[in-house]
Write a protein of this length. Structure first.
Length: 477
């Protein structure tokens, strides 16, 4: 019974709590017990807040009994993990470095404030690499996070703690942040749902200062409906941030109920024009694309897309930004000492004149945006692999150094090559589980859509999920 609670979707738990069919205290106790059983193996929490979570659950139960279900918020009694880059009042926020090991913020980030106001119970801070500056999830405070499907393997980064916890049944909801794939890549490697909203859909708080105009905060869950639920709570403008989209007041869960995939115009790109892709991943992604046509009545066309090399852009764009944070934060300076390959990349990428850097970055970004804008005049969504590879054996700060016999040019970041373009183009994109390799490792299907069309992306993902059962499988951990 306890494990059933842990793997039950948030939308179902919320309904059970409202109807008094289950106690919020029972839910939180079950999730804490699950965390105590599996977290020693996956190492997903950098900070646990179990005592505070129990107190919050008791308060939800008191409110329910005293004032009835109408008094509860949409997430009342639901356990949520918050990525450690996002400030939480009264709960330690370390950014993954020793310098902030004792840092307890006085104020919540905007999304945390909204999540708490909706009645959610914060069970802890999920692990992230220092300041999110690695493609794998390890830091100097707790070490590396392991994949629940095979603890010898990576969860990617930087929202790897959230992905691992959700996959392992430690709560149905978690938050992540994504500038080049940091929600979608870990979600794919761990077999869960990860949604990068349209830029400006969700306020970013401190991350708006750290990551310029490409970063987005979003939900990480086991079902698309749960992602829609958490997005509904997180979304909406705040006065303190520029680049916010206008208030829409959309209930994304309700939008899913009215969705259909019949007649949907779908573009499918096996590699966005930039290979290679692991053979098994390619086969599984191709089957998923065919499923939309054969089982869901959509029209699917394989397309050729011409965009600048995503990794060339990625390296060029991020190097000076990482450099500027290094100058502000001593924890980042030590990151270079620990991982010399990062220093080598930084020196090479920041040696060009500022005007040349600006020209290269803006031209590549504009070319990518226009390629997608042109595509979405003809198609409703685009399907691609989320990652060119399944989860790899831990390799320090690196990903795979070879794919299908081809040497990888940027082993630190190459696995982001299909997620990164939608980061700097600011289009919404989601990843969902679409199958498993022969080694039992999940494979993620990325679904991207036109600017600001988070509803369309979620609807397409929900249609696929409703006719498959990949999302119901659990790791044996």
């Amino acid at each position: 019974m306890s494990e059933d609670i842990c793997f039950k979707p948030a939308v179902e738990l919320a309904a059970l709590i409202r109807h008094k069919a289950i106690s919020p205290v029972e839910v939180v106790d079950a999730v804490i017990a699950r965390a105590e059983a599996v977290n020693p193996a996956i190492n997903g929490f950098i900070t646990e807040s179990f005592d505070l979570a129990r107190d919050a659950a008791v308060e939800v139960e008191r409110q329910l009994m005293a004032n009835g279900p109408e008094s509860l918020g949409r997430l009342a009694g639901i356990p949520v993990s918050i990525k450690d880059l996002t400030p939480t009042a009264g709960i330690r926020t370390t950014f993954g470095v020793h310098e902030y090991a004792d840092h307890v913020p006085e104020e919540d980030a905007p999304i945390v404030r909204r999540i708490r106001e909706a009645g959610a119970v914060l069970i802890g801070k999920s692990s992230s690499p220092p300041f999110g500056w690695l493609g794998v999830t390890e830091n100097e405070l707790i070490g590396r996070t392991n994949n629940p499907w095979d603890v010898r393997r990576s969860v990617g980064g930087s929202s790897g703690g959230s992905a691992a916890l959700v996959a392992a049944g430690v709560g149905p909801l978690a938050t992540g942040s994504d500038g080049g794939g940091s929600i979608r890549l870990p979600a794919a490697l761990c077999g869960v749902v990860g949604h990068k909203p349209s830029h400006g859909r969700v306020p970013r708080g401190v991350e708006a200062q750290l990551f310029e105009t490409v970063d987005a905060l979003g939900p990480m869950t086991r079902t698309v409906a749960d992602a829609a639920l958490l997005l509904s709570v997180m979304a909406g403008p705040v006065e303190e941030e520029p680049y916010m989209l206008p208030e829409e007041g959309v209930d994304y869960v309700a939008e899913l109920r009215a969705s259909t995939s019949r007649g949907l115009r779908i573009a499918f790109s096996p590699d966005l024009g930039h290979g290679p892709v692991d053979r098994e991943v390619a086969e599984i992604i191709s089957r998923a694309a065919k499923h939309f046509e054969q089982a869901l009545g959509a029209r699917v066309d394989e397309v050729q897309i011409e965009i600048p090399d995503p990794m060339e852009y990625f390296e060029t764009f991020w190097a000076p930004q990482v450099s500027s944070v290094r100058d502000m934060e001593p924890g980042v300076a030590r990151l270079w000492e620990r991982y010399p390959i990062l220093s080598e990349r930084r020196v090479g990428m920041t040696s060009q004149p500022a005007d040349e850097w600006w020209r290269v970055v803006t031209s590549a970004r504009q070319a990518t945006f226009m390629a997608f804008a042109t595509l979405f005049r003809r198609y409703d969504v685009l399907l691609t692999p989320t990652s060119p590879v399944p989860a790899w054996i831990h390799n320090g700060a690196l990903g795979p150094e070879e794919i299908e016999g081809q040497k990888v040019k940027y082993p630190v970041t190459d696995f982001f090559r299909y997620t990164e373009p939608f980061g700097h183009s600011c289009h919404p994109a989601i990843t969902i589980n679409c199958g498993f390799t022969s080694a039992g490792l999940p494979v993620g299907l990325q679904i991207a859509g036109p600017q600001r069309d988070d509803r369309g992306v979620l609807r397409a993902a929900a249609a696929y999920e409703a006719t498959t059962d990949w999302h119901t499988r659990r790791p044996s951990i």
